[in-house]
Design a protein around this ligand. Structure first.
Ligand SMILES: *[C@@H]1O[C@H](CO)[C@@H](O)[C@H](O)[C@H]1NC(C)=O
Ligand SMILES: *[C@@H]1O[C@H](CO)[C@@H](O)[C@H](O)[C@H]1NC(C)=O
Ligand SMILES: *[C@@H]1O[C@H](CO)[C@@H](O)[C@H](O)[C@H]1NC(C)=O
Ligand SMILES: *[C@@H]1O[C@H](CO)[C@@H](O)[C@H](O)[C@H]1NC(C)=O
Ligand SMILES: *[C@@H]1O[C@H](CO)[C@@H](O)[C@H](O)[C@H]1NC(C)=O
Ligand SMILES: *[C@@H]1O[C@H](CO)[C@@H](O)[C@H](O)[C@H]1NC(C)=O
Ligand SMILES: *[C@@H]1O[C@H](CO)[C@@H](O)[C@H](O)[C@H]1NC(C)=O
Length: 414
């Protein structure tokens, strides 16, 4: 109970501050980052050098046309959910929207279809076969956890997982699939860099001191055992955070202090990802690692923000033309993609792979996929969850894209 209520409180501070900032600051940016900047993956070169070493018991059939189709440019088409709240026993109660009383179910019946190709539905046997003997970590905020929980449900159709490690606050957990010797870990690190709470006169402000050049040791120390690392982040950067480099204050985000330089969240997001990826490429004890960025996941509070009565009670997804372009989603996504590309170049020589699971645009239309009021908000009545994703739900697609990308990295055709 304790950790759960903590989690709720933290969760609800996630999306702090100010629709006002968004509207004023980002309208300009949205104008610049329009659709033609969508990330085309034509620059990826599959060389022997960058391939992770896999036990080649899986059939390998190179298929040129599959490798060039942009997985992330496409549309939602009718499709069935991949598991139910009965078949998956590990759905967290706060994301089990049907259990919490959600009656409309249209949101379950969509799948993602890239414009130029098909992706097969998620196959647990295929995933577990390719990743036999591997370790994968989801590193970031509560949406990293959401992503991992979805994968756990999807894989449970292939083998029942066992919880082998869990800390008191339920921030660091590891699940094992013993028959496949595959482990799945969630590592809590909402900023990826070292962060300490700002305390003024004995009271926490909700903001953090962020050391933008120091990776968070909590995940870094676990990295040497990992083969795959899936990073995300963004939603904790809207707080009044102070920014440091070399131990010296360099500025702040949304802070009231007139004497330091003010930056937008984007700068802090970019520097944090850069620092994390640099640490991966400089990690001496690490194996060759395949790193993914799962790009910024949009929230959909309407009629207010999380703390001002915002809700998300739509039962149907919207079209691309209805997406709220005033939100900064696209800016943060671009920053994350740019850092992944820079790290890819830097890591190529030592055999590291960096890839992008580019979910931002596809999730912008999924206004129907959040828990909304259906998240068992006993402790925070009147607040809605328009940030996380119902399970089953649209975030399950992230794992279909993850599997497809891993197959491409290993030149395995569908
Ligand atoms: C990859 O390595 C194999 C042998 O390990 C070699 O035959 C092949 O030519 C290499 N391909 C490239 C593109 O370097
Ligand atoms: C690949 O896996 C098979 C059985 O799972 C094993 O017998 C073989 O030794 C492995 N090969 C390598 C190179 O790890
Ligand atoms: C599963 O969802 C149904 C609604 O479809 C709900 O009535 C039931 O309580 C849920 N059960 C579990 C175990 O989550
Ligand atoms: C399981 O995988 C690890 C590497 O992650 C390897 O060291 C170990 O030998 C494997 N165990 C079995 C039983 O195959
Ligand atoms: C902290 O406490 C001091 C002394 O009571 C007070 O002068 C100051 O305004 C307080 N600072 C803040 C930010 O509340
Ligand atoms: C900001 O700097 C000015 C001039 O150096 C100084 O007078 C003022 O006290 C400073 N304000 C704060 C909040 O540190
Ligand atoms: C959805 O929210 C809006 C705005 O708060 C409200 O007017 C409407 O009645 C709600 N619809 C449902 C079905 O609850």
């Amino acid at each position: 109970m304790k950790s759960e209520s903590n989690y709720k409180v933290k969760h609800h501070f996630l999306v702090t501050t100010t629709s006002l900032f968004f509207f004023i600051t980002f309208i300009a940016i949205i104008t610049i980052f329009s659709h033609h900047l969508i990330y085309y993956r034509t620059d990826i070169k599959y060389t022997n050098n960058t391939l992770p070493s896999f036990n080649q018991t899986v059939t390998v059939q190179p298929k040129k046309e599959i490798e060039t189709c942009d997985l992330f440019k496409g549309q939602w088409i009718p499709g069935a959910p991949l598991y139910t709240n009965y078949s998956c026993t590990t759905i967290p109660i706060m994301k089990n929207c049907l259990l919490q009383g959600r009656k409309d179910t249209d949101f379950l019946y969509w799948r993602w279809k890239p414009d130029k190709c098909e992706i097969p539905r998620f196959s647990a046997p295929t995933f577990l076969k390719i990743l036999r003997g591997k370790k994968m970590a989801f590193i970031g905020d509560s949406l990293a956890r959401n992503h991992m929980e979805s994968l756990l449900c999807l894989l449970a159709t292939g083998e029942t997982p066992t919880l082998i490690e869990k800390d008191e606050d339920d921030k660091f957990t590891t699940w094992e699939f013993p028959k496949h010797n595959f482990t799945l870990t969630a590592l809590w690190s909402p900023f990826l860099v070292t962060a300490t709470k700002i305390v003024v006169n004995g009271t926490e402000t909700g903001g953090f001191h962020l050391h933008l050049d120091r990776p968070d040791p909590k995940w870094l120390e676990k990295l040497p055992s990992m083969d795959y690392a899936v990073f995300n982040g963004g939603h904790w950067y809207f707080r009044q955070n102070s920014l440091y480099e070399g131990g010296n204050i360099m500025g702040c985000v949304y802070c009231p202090d007139p004497n330091v330089t003010h930056f937008g969240p984007g700068l802090a997001i970019g520097r944090s990802f850069r620092t994390a990826f640099k640490a991966i490429n400089e990690c001496k004890k690490c194996k060759r690692i395949v790193t993914f960025v799962r790009t910024f996941s949009p929230q959909h509070f309407e009629n207010g923000e999380w703390n001002t009565g915002g809700d998300c009670n739509r039962s149907r997804l919207i079209g691309p033309d209805e997406v709220d372009r005033a939100r900064p989603d696209w800016e943060y996504r671009d920053i994350q993609v740019k850092e992944a590309e820079a790290a890819r170049d830097a890591g190529r020589e030592r055999g590291n792979v960096f890839d992008v699971i580019d979910v931002t645009e596809m999730m912008q239309t999924r206004v129907d996929g959040h828990p909304g009021v259906y998240w068992r908000n006993k402790w925070m009545k009147g607040f809605n969850d328009c940030l996380h994703w119902c399970m089953p739900g649209p975030a399950d697609t992230w794992n279909e894209l993850l599997l497809e990308t891993i197959k491409r990295q290993n030149r395995i055709s569908s």
